[in-house]
Design a protein around this ligand. Structure first.
Ligand code: SF4
Length: 456
């Protein structure tokens, strides 16, 4: 397995090997699926749309609906305006969505299709909507596509009226439906009304009913997307994912925002709940205090198995920042922290976390715009005790025989994970269990027979 990966590394700028990201439209499609009654629409070739849908379906094990402009040679030469006109008409006629959310692709971006002009030219049925965002895949990653699509919804739809709606808008970051459910559950326990946008719960974790529903029950209602402009404030979770749409909402409707990390681990969850509590002048209920106390209890119980273990963490930037913060809370020592999404802000944020925990940043390799080939090379040079990240680390874990905890996006080789949160105290408890089990399983496997513990 991966026998040809050479030891030592050299600087690569024009080549990614085993990338730690995917293309912008995947994120745009996922954000669009988080709005009820929305048909994501890929303005490009059928191959792109197939890839984006397949990528999402393999992670969520759910159908990811989407339409496409189906570019052929003609559109590549003359532009995709007529394809979009025909495509949008067909989608409204055949699939009857409330809204079509168009994202571009490499091809339509390279042609330079003027999406604003095309959409103004469309014959949109009464009461229906078409919005768009630009998602050139040679820039950024699926994370950029996700926040660009959120900004597209806000730019086209969100409006401010005379009165506040008494809610706080919460932008959840690029997380699973299980995380979105957990954020809503915590807000409900706090008795703090929120508009979660987008919300893929009930869409990408919809139940089996025996009947296919093109538009499952979940998703942020369109009225709530419009009503974002009337929210008291925005809590933007995930500093690198959610700030752009929060800025867009502030610019368009004057809604202030608080920028917080994804609530992964104790401190980040505390900050989220305290921000909610302050926004509504509420106390944190005992139900959540109890969950926090239980988490601290198990962390203390098992800390001696984890303290000092070296860990490699990789995946999407905000998820990796959250996992790194939680790893530090557990006493793990981050050795390698890597994301494929570009942005030096990631490096700064991780180094700040390390400094706050008293870890010498010179001992940790932190990298944005990285790939898993170089992570493998780093690990060949100086091994780790544990890997935490996406399914694409699986071959490295096997090649180097390292315990591996799957977290983040995508996880292609496991089932049910999108239902379980990693955010909040409950999410951290589950992460803790996975991490501790992986380390303890390794200890059991490697120890002498007489040292095999039954009662820990
Ligand atoms: S051509 Fe571009 S948009 Fe299409 S799948 Fe490839 S990277 Fe994504």
């Amino acid at each position: 397995m991966l026998d040809l990966t050479p030891k030592g590394e050299y600087e690569r700028t024009a080549l990614r090997i085993n990338p730690c990201k995917t293309c912008q439209p995947v994120g745009a499609m996922y954000a669009a699926l988080g709005v009820h009654g929305c048909m994501p629409y890929s303005h490009g070739s059928q191959g792109c749309a197939s890839y984006h849908r397949t990528f999402l379906s393999r992670h969520f094990k759910e159908p990811a609906i989407a339409a496409t402009s189906s570019f052929t040679e003609g559109a590549s030469v003359f532009g995709g305006g007529s394809n979009l006109r025909t495509g949008a008409r067909n989608v409204f006629d055949v699939y009857n969505p409330e809204i079509i959310a168009v994202h571009t692709t490499c091809l339509s971006e390279t042609i330079g299709d003027d999406m604003n002009a095309y959409i103004q030219d469309l014959d949109i049925p009464e009461g229906k909507h078409v919005i768009h965002t630009n998602t050139p895949s040679y820039v950024g990653s699926h994370i950029n596509g996700y926040f660009n699509m959120m900004s597209g919804f806000i730019r086209y739809l969100s409006a401010k009226s005379e009165i506040h709606n008494g809610r706080v808008a919460v932008f959840p970051g690029f997380v699973n439906p299980g995380d979105m459910r957990e954020i809503r559950r915590m807000a409900k326990a706090m008795k703090t009304p929120i508009t979660l946008f987008p919300d893929t719960s009930g869409v990408m974790d919809a139940p089996m009913t025996g009947h296919f529903a093109m538009y499952p029950q979940g998703g942020t209602p369109l009225g709530d997307v419009i009503g974002l402009g009337d929210c008291m404030k925005t809590i933007a979770l995930g500093e690198l994912t959610s700030e752009e749409p929060a800025i867009e909402l502030e610019r368009k409707c004057g809604v202030d925002y608080d920028l917080l990390p994804l609530p992964i681990g104790i401190d980040a969850t505390d900050r989220f709940l305290m921000t909610l509590a302050k926004s509504f002048n509420r106390d944190v209920p005992y139900e959540l205090e109890e969950e926090r106390g239980q988490l601290v209890d198990v962390m203390l119980d098992a800390h001696f198995y984890l303290v000092g273990k070296r860990v490699a963490i990789f995946g999407d930037p905000d998820t990796v920042i959250g996992l790194t913060a939680f790893a530090l809370e557990l006493g793990l020592v981050p050795a390698y922290v890597l994301t494929g999404t570009p942005g030096e802000r990631f490096d700064r944020r991780v180094k700040k976390l390390l400094a706050a925990a008293g870890v010498d940043e010179e001992t940790v390799r932190v990298k944005s715009s990285g790939d898993l080939f170089e992570l493998h090379q780093w690990m060949m040079d100086a091994p780790v005790d544990l890997m935490i990240g996406t399914s694409y680390g699986k071959q490295i874990a096997k090649a180097l025989d390292v315990p591996f905890v799957r977290a983040g996006f995508p996880i292609l080789d496991r089932y049910a994970h999108p239902y379980f949160p990693i955010v909040g105290y409950r999410g951290a408890l589950r992460l803790f269990e996975q991490i501790a089990n992986a380390v303890m399983d390794r200890q059991d496997r490697d120890c002498a027979d007489e040292d095999l513990e039954v009662v820990m």
